[in-house]
Design a protein around this ligand. Structure first.
Ligand SMILES: C[S@@+](CC[C@H](N)C(=O)[O-])C[C@H]1O[C@@H](n2cnc3c(N)ncnc32)[C@H](O)[C@@H]1O
Length: 175
């Protein structure tokens, strides 16, 4: 089915069934916070993780990205490790594990009666289909904008003796 039909629409449905309607290689970016470890009951919805991961791979464009926000339940004193198992499964079916980030929560559940620290984050696994096509870096102001060094700078990062080669460029506005 042509993806144009779905642009700027909110589609309500089982994500596996919905994704099955899409052609191959049509999605640039998926951001999702899926259910994990059966912590909640979603009105009878089941969550076939492996089918979902495979569909995501099929519909993602070459260079496209999936951001998968998950955590682990703690059962009988142990974190389940589901998040890591899922990340490895995504790799197994062909995604790159491009970046493992965390999303810091503002409302973590306090663990005051347990012998453990508060868990204040969820994993944000960033998977890509091949090399990421678009990367808009977060830029910050440089402290020494425009500074030009009189001397030369070391440009040789090899293990051997370093040699001074070129004049340093003036410091850019953003880094
Ligand atoms: C952890 S919540 C994420 C909530 C969402 N990030 C938000 O802020 O509203 C997981 C969501 O996945 C939905 N869900 C569960 N199984 C699904 C499925 N098979 N297809 C589509 N959505 C599903 C649930 O209804 C729930 O809204």
């Amino acid at each position: 089915m042509n993806i144009e039909k779905y642009l700027n629409q909110i589609i309500e449905g089982n994500c596996v069934e919905v994704m099955k309607q899409f052609d191959n290689d049509v999605i640039d970016l998926t951001v999702t916070s899926p259910p994990y470890d059966d912590l909640r009951n979603y009105k009878g919805y089941v969550f076939p993780f492996e089918d979902i991961a495979k569909e995501l791979f099929r519909i993602t464009k070459q260079g496209g990205v999936v951001v998968w926000v998950v955590n682990d339940a703690t059962i009988e004193g142990s974190e389940t490790g589901t998040s890591f198992k899922q990340a490895l499964y995504f790799k197994e079916i062909g995604f790159n594990l491009h970046d493992t980030m965390i999303f810091r929560k503002k409302n973590p559940i306090p663990q005051i009666y347990r012998k453990r620290y508060n868990n204040e984050f969820e994993f944000m696994f960033v998977f890509s289909k091949g090399v990421v096509k678009t990367h808009n870096q977060i830029m910050v102001d440089s402290l020494h904008v425009g500074l030009q060094l009189n001397g030369t700078t070391y440009k040789n990062y090899s293990k051997n003796e370093q040699v001074r080669e070129k004049m340093a460029n003036p410091v850019k506005e953003k880094k």
